[in-house]
Ligand binder design. Sequence first.
Ligand code: C2O
Ligand code: CU
Length: 475
Amino acid sequence: MTMLSRRMFLSGLSTVGLATLSPVQSRASDSEKALRATMSKAQLAPEGYPDTSVWAFSETGAATIPGPEIRLKAGETLTRTLLNELPQPTAVHWHGIRIDNAMDGAAPLTQAPVPTGETFDYEFVCPDPGTYWYHSHQRGREQVARGLAGPLIVEEREPWLGLPGAASRELTLVLDDWLLNPDGSILEGRWDDLHAAAHAGRMGNTVTVNGKSYPDIALRPGERVRLRVINTATDRIMPISFPELSPMLIALDGHPVVPRPVEKVFLAPAQRADIVVDAPTTSPKRTALVLDVGRGNQVEIASFDVNGAAMQPAAEPVRPLPKWNTLPTPDLSSAQFEPLLMEGGAMRGMVETTYNGESMDFRELTSHGMAWAFNGVAHQMGEPMFTASFGRTVQMKLSNRTAFAHGIHVHGHHFTVLSRNSVPDPHNDVHDTVLVGPDETVEIAFVADNRGKWMIHCHMLSHQASGMMGWFQVT
Ligand code: C2O
Ligand code: CU
């Protein structure tokens, strides 16, 4: 960034009414790039409806929904200077990256939130290829719901596209969920709605794909495409399907899986799936990306238009992505066992919970804006839930004793799913976020190979804000 463009960013700050802005000390070199968190507008509702005022990210020019796609190769260093032009402090979390702890963006645990008008320099290596995303990690239930999220794509060290059995191109599909008023504006003033938080969370009424309602996605007849699907919704689980496109799952949360056919992919908030589709050979033809919105209702959220010059359909079975070779294998023979008991919420509640060091009943807990607990403690940010020494395998039993599903996210690590309800998992997929259904128990394991303070929380951000968070330390 040159000084000139830096000043141009600052001049834009007057729009948020900063009376006493002191000059930002620029440490940005030419190789550093800015990432502005700012206010913008986006046409989220279908054309013809009013646009929506959002909070969003920008690298150059106007901020967009989703934020700009950041791309680099595995092993490379990502450098961005966050410039906060929002009326609130903020911080950026690089979801799923096995990152240097100081760069994790988990405010206030790993950094102080960045005040309005100030900057923070992020610089870290992205060790593993895959589909990731970045989002605000400060008042996430509001800031992510207002639009502060974007895709982060870490490319394979050796190109996979174009090889026999691989796709010939790729597309990023960012799915999001918005709670909009009829005039297009985001429903304000209910960010701390405890009723929603004690149920499935703040559900929207408008689902977008790449920031648009029901966009057209062009496919050529016979072509094989890699879709990088990211669920950036604050609370909505996205069960999606791809009728007539022969979808094959090739990666989950960035990590490769042995390619397998999938009828429906259940993406918790924050999860990603890489899916290879084969377009039909006959054209013109229209099919859709279908979202299951519950109670048996299937909604088309994007249209796939198969048209144009036909391509030779791939003859080979879908080619697996290259293995990471960067993730240590858990050693289950000497694991440290840690429980994660989820309790609370509507329909169940809790007998007794600790909050801020005080023991209280559920009614009193809700008077503090809390509705959930991990291991009997709501919002345990004062001290770690546990400590693991560097290199130790941690085996966690995630027990959901609530009436709702939760997407449990571990920062700084990826874990192997061992079992569900004591039944060994047939795939042993590696995730950074796992959906745990009501009354379900999921066992996971990972090697604590990243020093620092790492959050564990539900990625339904309404649940996180109302108690479902804690952290552990790797020493
Ligand atoms: Cu995607 Cu703690 O976050
Ligand atoms: Cu939850």
